[in-house]
Design a protein around this ligand. Structure first.
Ligand code: PLP
Length: 409
């Protein structure tokens, strides 16, 4: 992979007409190390967030020893990158054939559910393979409520009374019980974790069976950009969020229970940026060569404001507008689809024009994983970049990334 010191250097040297991903392995290793040192339990990276082999390799070398996997393709990717790592199959609703593959071929012994029919599916395979139920840990996923860019409890999670019954059923089968929650992705209220721990304690007490682990899921927020027109309270740094979570763990009687976390976004978001080109400027609209159906759907559905950097084409001598004046531009994607418009603007100098590049930062989470081939576009060019996105040039007005205890690589 070609290496550059910054995204700007890559853009000016390559003059790319299609999107180029800038991978920052040092940033990825630093953010993984920051999570590992902040969280006092088992860290299982959520492979769905970004399962590129280059990412999994760096994480394995950075000391991530467990992976949260959701499908056969993820079992294979995680095993290939980290043959000795533990795989946790944390998808609550699974195909029978995938459960068999997980237990038989991949020797996975930890999974999750939120319904009794899923217990029956797992039990069928355990019996067919003649496994000892005691070797298995089944987490019951509980529903939790919270403020997050993505709220997931409408789709998964058992209500407290139902969850307690499931734990009793699992315990009666001789299988070890865990309790899991996932408060949603990009949590926007730090107390969400404490509330979920309180529900977990209620479920544990109602079930009255031994609980061997508490899985606090993912959701830990990554840093993005701040919109000056919508002042929102800043989330505290990761260490403070985890301190609040740990205080709840102690207060609710889980102090001696082993913990698991399934972070994705907070570990991988800063590890990638994408260099895109402005195909056309129409007043306050910019048409770019990426979009909702390629790298930017997470920003669209999660209404996330991404930090951006303008890289003017030096070949263009005359340009309209003032370079120092920042303006919000509506961003239109590469496809012919009318929904291919970002839900948040990019703040860029008024002088941005057709042919310029924009480096969009912090797109490592749910970007590469969600690319489609719609309209025949599929960005797939990678370079390595040595410095973090936020290093280098002076801050660019409102497009500056939030600063809340960001670890510099
Ligand atoms: C079960 C589960 N675990 C972990 C994650 C990772 O969440 P995040 O990227 O917000 O940390 C997800 C993503 O939604 C998930 O569904």
């Amino acid at each position: 992979m070609p290496c550059f010191s910054s995204g700007r250097e890559a853009a000016l040297e390559l003059r790319p007409d299609s999107p180029v991903y800038c991978f920052r392995p040092q940033v990825l290793a630093a953010d993984a190390a920051a999570f590992l040192s902040a969280f006092p339990g088992k860290t299982a990276y959520a492979v769905k967030t970004n399962g590129e082999p280059m990412v999994l390799d760096v994480l394995a070398r950075a000391g991530i020893g467990a992976f949260d996997v959701a499908s056969p393709a993820e079992f294979a990717a995680a095993r290939a990158a980290a043959p000795g790592a533990e795989l946790l199959y944390m998808h609550p609703v699974k195909a029978q054939s995938d459960i068999r593959l997980a237990l038989e071929r991949y020797a996975i012994r930890t999974t999750v559910l939120d319904h009794e029919d899923e217990v029956a599916k797992i039990l069928r395979i355990v019996r067919a393979l003649d496994l000892d139920p005691q070797d298995l840990t089944l987490f019951v996923r509980i529903a939790s409520r919270g403020e997050a860019a993505y709220e997931l409890s409408k789709k998964f999670g058992a209500a407290p009374g139902h969850a307690a019954e499931l734990l009793q059923r699992i315990d009666a089968l001789g299988i070890r019980c865990g309790i899991a929650f996932h408060v949603g992705s990009q949590v926007e209220d730090a107390d969400t974790y404490s509330r979920a721990v309180a529900v977990a304690a209620e479920v544990r007490d109602a079930a009255g069976v031994p609980v061997v682990a508490l899985d606090v899921g993912g959701g830990f927020p990554a840093t993005y950009a701040r919109d000056p027109r919508r002042p929102a309270p800043l989330m505290p740094p990761l260490a403070d969020i985890i301190a609040g979570l740990m205080a709840a763990v102690e207060a609710r009687g889980f102090g001696a229970t082993p913990l698991v976390a399934e972070p994705g976004r907070v570990i991988v978001a800063r590890a990638f940026s994408v260099i895109v080109r402005v195909l056309l400027k129409k007043g306050q609209r910019l048409y770019i060569n990426d979009g909702v159906w390629s790298s930017l759907s997470d920003s669209w559905t999660g209404k996330i404001l991404l930090p951006v950097r303008h890289i003017p084409d030096p070949a263009r001598r005359r340009r309209p507008g003032r370079a120092g004046r920042m303006e919000p531009f509506r961003i239109y994607g590469a496809t012919c689809d009318s929904v291919d418009v970002l839900s948040r603007p990019f703040y860029l100098p008024e002088s941005v024009d057709t042919g310029d590049w924009i480096e969009i930062g912090h797109i490592g989470a749910y970007s590469l994983a969600l690319r489609t081939r719609f309209n025949g576009f599929y960005p797939d060019t990678f370079v390595e970049v040595a410095t973090p996105f936020e290093a280098g040039d002076a801050p660019e007005g409102f497009a500056e990334p939030e600063r809340r205890g960001v670890v510099e690589a």
